[in-house]
Design a protein around this ligand. Structure first.
Ligand SMILES: [Zn+2]
Length: 92
């Protein structure tokens, strides 16, 4: 009786195609690390990712999207405002 149950379990298993190490390597040949491209932010001139909000000033496509000063302390905010004011000539 026990042997019969074991046999039924085996029948339920899936049948797989032959999978060689070569097949695995062929598939993985397309996996590679790409070099991240960076563009200069039009607002502040810092290197930023293309099509992403600038992490330094929070601007995207000429308008402010993220308020970068919001989470800073009073002292940090003062320094950041000063830093952003200095980088303004890049816009003009
Ligand atoms: Zn920026």
């Amino acid at each position: 009786m026990r042997a019969f149950c074991f046999h039924a379990k085996i029948q339920g298993m899936t049948v797989r195609m032959r999978h060689t190490s070569s097949h695995t390597k062929n598939r993985r040949s397309h996996y590679k690390v790409r070099v991240m491209s960076a563009v200069k932010c039009a607002k502040c001139g810092v290197a930023a990712l293309p099509h992403k909000v600038c992490q330094n000033c929070g601007f995207y496509k000429g308008r402010e999207v993220v308020d970068v000063l919001k989470k800073l302390t009073k002292k940090e905010r003062k320094n950041k405002e000063k830093e952003l004011a200095e980088s303004k000539p890049a816009e003009a």
